[in-house]
Design a protein around this ligand. Structure first.
Ligand SMILES: *Cc1c(COP(=O)(O)O)cnc(C)c1O
Length: 447
């Protein structure tokens, strides 16, 4: 690995901690900061922060000494501090907020499993994290120390997956799967790997960012037994990219795990094209591919982090073409009410007619693209993929047909979860339910 310039920091109060403690994830977990008194040792708290920390029923606070050390103790607007130290804005409600804004609970066939897309599921395996983000989408369930991993729920989840063969991708999230006891995480992965139709497993984790010490040889050796395994981490600001994080991502990629990043667009933290450009360029240096940039969800306590959607589009416009294509994430809004992730892009298509498209490039330069006069498309009638027949890897065309076999087998209860009619849908403001919009499906507009 080329010498990378990323710093390694320790707040003054931790200078005398022996390295073997500092580098131990167990020490980092058990020495987390969570009270005004703890924070006063590391930061100069503002009145607003002190008020929030002393409020009853606040969403859980916990910060590893490693992550706290990345903050500038004298900068009350520090982008790392704002992500994890509560301030009294958090106690202020805003109109439009929702407890379960993505309607995940409505798409749960069994507790802890969210089946919103046809071929993949989200599996919530713990409520615990290494530190807690103030804008957490799942603050309704995350952090509760009495609601940890449940074996009986896990068995129900495995059972659902076994009888749901169209699930080929399982995304472990929570909470943070990498705070589970190593043996328990391995048991989870090996049970999933016993199910033949599960092609890939993904882990969504902020542990490499909050507690890179956890990414040790023991963890990497265990994870690489369960390939194909992918991982998304969660970095929001270039100040989070440290020597320790770079070492953790190096270990994970050497273990063959492709890494992506899911960032959240946050007012006063990273709502700036220059910060985002530095972030995505530093991410590709540590071999992490920016995957999604999320619009902040409508979560209670997180109103002060929200930005206009135009800001996200402006950021993508300032990246695409201006830097490596590898470094450009997809900007998405996770639709309130459970519509899934919706990608948003700057508009590069000026006009379109029968044979010509007028386009603009990243510099604003206008160009005309001539469509082909004659187009002979492939024949769906002789295409095994179009005929909805299973095609085994390495086979193609009609030799791969297994007569009468369907690609998608619906499990019990799937229609009730997903049956919202065909074609495009529209969110109705009054009841936040999805209605057919009547484009392409031939159905009537009901509103
Ligand atoms: C984000 C998400 C996924 C994964 O979506 P991808 O676009 O494939 O990364 C799956 N299920 C749920 C419920 C999700 O929110």
């Amino acid at each position: 690995m080329a010498n990378l310039p990323f710093p390694s920091k320790r707040a003054p109060i931790y200078q005398d901690i022996p390295d073997e403690k500092w580098n131990s994830w167990r020490w980092q977990l058990s020495n987390r900061l969570n009270s005004a008194e703890d924070f006063e040792k590391v930061l100069n708290l503002t009145d607003s922060e002190r008020r929030a920390l002393n409020t009853q029923n606040l969403f859980r606070v916990d910060i590893t000494p490693y992550y706290a050390s990345l903050m500038d103790p004298n900068d009350t607007e520090d982008p790392i501090r704002k992500q994890v130290v509560p301030r009294d804005d958090e106690i202020t409600p805003f109109t439009g907020m929702m407890e379960d804004s993505l309607a995940e609970d409505r798409h749960s066939p069994v507790p802890g499993l969210v089946h919103r897309y046809p071929d993949r599921v989200l599996m919530l395996v713990t409520t615990q994290c290494a530190s807690y983000c103030r804008y957490c989408t799942r603050s309704r369930i995350v952090g509760d120390p009495t609601a940890t991993f449940s074996r009986s729920e896990f068995e129900m989840q495995i059972d659902y997956l076994k009888r749901t063969p169209q699930v080929r991708d399982v995304l472990l999230s929570g909470g943070d799967p990498l705070v589970l006891a190593p043996k328990l995480l391995e048991e989870l992965l090996s049970r999933l790997r016993e199910i033949p139709h599960i092609e890939i497993i993904r882990i969504g984790s902020r542990v490499p960012v909050f507690m890179p010490q956890r990414v040790d040889d023991e963890l990497c050796n265990m994870l690489q037994k369960y390939h194909p395994l992918w991982m998304n981490i969660h970095v929001n600001h270039p100040n989070e990219i440290s020597a320790e994080l770079a070492q953790a991502t190096d270990r994970l990629t050497r273990a063959g795990i492709p890494l992506g990043n899911q960032a959240v667009l946050l007012a006063g933290v990273n709502d700036c094209v220059h910060i985002q450009r530095r972030l995505v360029q530093d991410l590709v240096r540590i071999r992490v591919r920016p995957y999604y940039l999320y619009q902040c969800d409508l979560v209670e306590g997180a109103g002060h982090f929200r930005t206009p959607v135009a800001k996200g589009i402006e950021i993508i416009e300032g990246l695409r073409g201006h830097t490596s294509g590898y470094a450009v994430p997809t900007y998405v809004v996770d639709a309130p009410g459970g519509g899934g992730k919706i990608p948003l892009m700057p508009n590069y298509q000026v006009t379109m007619s029968d044979h010509k498209i007028v386009l603009r490039n990243y510099e604003g330069y206008i160009t005309t693209y001539e469509e082909p006069i004659e187009y002979r498309p492939h024949d769906p009638k002789t295409c095994a993929y179009c005929q909805n027949k299973r095609v085994e890897p390495g086979q193609s065309g009609l030799s791969g047909l297994l007569d009468g076999e369907e690609m998608f087998i619906k499990p019990e209860g799937f229609d009730q979860l997903h049956n919202r009619g065909g074609g495009a849908h529209r969110l109705r403001a009054d009841d936040a339910k999805w209605k057919p919009l009547g484009i392409g499906s031939g159905s009537k507009d009901e509103a």
